[in-house]
Design a protein around this ligand. Structure first.
Ligand code: NAD
Length: 479
């Protein structure tokens, strides 16, 4: 029997059929997951609309709403082992990553935004009218659709759900059809935490279910993480429906610049972590390496040695460094782009092929001799594929910045140097939402997360997410 939808506090049968979710390490079906059709999506949005103004939600004091979020964080901690194992089975990531990044990160996110509930403030403003009090109120934006991808399903849902609830909104969640299971479990925990009926609703299904939300006339804000291509479709759907507000976290093609004075061993370790985590299925993964010619051979050698020593395996086995790619379809995408890299003349230093075992495993791959025009330097591969090119130390920093910026994306970048002036010039010149100096990319609740250019609109995390989930009302009082 297929999993159900969660609408207005009830688990209900989906009316659009079902899609199987598969364990990428074994290629076995884990579960059939219900597909929400238009009537289901309408019911979920209507439930979210009705709950928005109901006393059991809108009437909660900030301390009471905060308590619900703290309780949810505690429940995530109490079910951490179960959630981590479920994430690993459905998504493939090593269990250590599931525990620390996915489950640990989700719990901390709810705790962080629980803290915000009692600290959301308006302002009193010096308007130039006599005898007038002017102040602002932060109000929930309303009904929010939360559409999430398959790379970090639980954690990315927490990035959206925590600030949405902290600010008094209601939501309809639509997880990726490829990895819906931890989202379903989180919704059960929301109920257990005591979040009132209708506040959190869940519709599962593929892109067609997501499209129903994007086109919906009664969704006020849609927060989406996923590919840039779908981000564009959602933007058009918003424009053609009710001009719903959008927060878009889209694709990336992060550059990594390694200067001649860099600590190469630290750069190799940090770049492996920053590029191979979750088998490279990370939007901010470092994928284009610009290395000073003098250190190129050493860097290529050590990087290739490092990645080829990683242990591929089922993520449930302790000691696995690298799990499978998420699906057969995605494996096909990575294989195709690696083949294009070869055909265009890049040299495979290590990897370059599907692993010889069951499951959607791809061997970590390092390409050397890459040139700026090659497809692998532009297209998002979203797999364990690292492409290395070089620069002459006579190149001006401006030329390196221009090469790093030669992409439609602008999510993240990294710079490896011991020279403060070089790091600052590069950090200032690179057009990306986050620049990391001498460290792998890591999201943190307190720092904004989001992209320049085609990597998205808006920012998640910190107070920036509070902005995304609230409207600012201007109140004028003449006395
Ligand atoms: P995807 O675009 O295929 O799917 C993402 C979600 O959108 C899924 O839930 C899917 O069902 C839904 N969807 C598909 N078509 C839709 C439509 N027409 N209307 C509404 N919803 C639709 O993305 P993916 O393959 O799951 O994720 C990988 C992509 O996500 C990569 O490009 C990656 O860079 C990006 N990503 C970005 C960030 C970030 O923070 N910027 C984080 C993680 C992943």
């Amino acid at each position: 029997m297929a999993t159900k939808l969660f609408i207005d506090g009830e688990w209900t049968e989906a009316s659009g059929g079902a899609i199987a979710t598969v364990d990428p390490a074994t290629e076995q079906v884990i579960e059939e997951v219900g597909t929400a059709a238009a009537a289901d999506v309408d019911a979920a949005v209507a439930a979210a609309r009705a709950a928005l103004g109901r006393a059991d939600w809108a009437g909660l004091l900030p301390v009471q709403r905060a308590a619900l979020l703290f309780r949810l964080a505690d429940l995530i901690d109490q079910h951490a082992d179960e959630l981590a194992a479920l994430e690993t089975r459905d998504q493939g990531q090593p269990i250590g990553i599931s525990r620390m990044v996915s489950v640990g990160g989700a719990a901390e996110h709810f705790r962080y935004y629980a803290g915000w509930v009692t600290k959301i403030q308006g302002t009193v403003n010096p308007v130039s009218f006599p005898d007038t009090l002017h102040y602002t109120r932060r109000e929930p934006v309303g009904v929010n659709a939360l559409i999430t991808p398959w790379n970090f399903p639980l954690m990315i849902l927490a990035w959206k759900l925590a600030p949405a609830l902290a600010t008094g909104n209601t939501v309809v969640i639509k997880p990726s059809e490829v990895t819906p299971l931890t989202s379903i479990r989180l919704v059960e925990l929301c109920r257990e935490a005591g979040i009132p009926d209708g506040v959190v609703n869940l519709v599962t299904g593929d892109g067609s279910t997501g499209a129903l939300l994007a086109e919906h006339m009664d969704v006020d804000h849609l927060s989406y993480t996923g590919s840039t291509a779908v981000g564009k479709i959602i933007t058009r759907a918003s424009a053609d429906s009710n001009l719903k507000r959008l927060t878009l976290e889209l694709g990336g093609k992060a550059p990594s610049i390694i200067a001649a004075d860099a600590d190469i061993d630290a750069a190799v370790a940090g770049n492996i972590q920053g590029s191979i985590l979750n088998s490279g299925q990370v939007c901010a993964a470092y994928t284009r390496f610009y290395v000073d010619k003098k250190r190129e051979a050493e860097f290529v050698d050590k990087l290739a040695g490092g990645v080829s020593g990683l242990r591929l395996g089922n993520g449930l086995e302790e000691g696995t460094d690298l799990g499978p790619l998420v699906s057969a379809k995605h494996l096909g995408h990575v294989e195709r782009l690696v083949e294009v890299g070869r055909q265009q003349g890049a040299e495979v230093v290590t990897g370059g092929a599907r692993a010889d075992r069951d499951g959607f495993f791809f061997t970590p791959t390092v390409f050397a001799g890459v040139t700026d025009e090659m497809t692998i330097m532009h297209d998002e591969i979203f797999g364990p594929v690292l492409s290395i090119t070089s620069y002459e130390d006579t190149d001006e920093l401006d030329a390196i910045i221009a090469r790093a910026n030669d992409t439609e994306y602008g999510l993240a970048a990294t710079v490896w140097t011991r020279d403060i002036a070089t790091s600052q010039r590069l950090a200032n010149g690179i057009r990306a939402g986050a620049v990391f100096v001498n460290m792998p990319s890591i999201p943190d609740m307190a720092a904004p997360w989001g992209g320049y250019k085609a990597s998205g609109w808006g920012r998640e995390m910190g107070p920036w997410a509070i902005d995304a989930y609230t409207e600012t009302k201007s109140v004028w009082l003449h006395y």
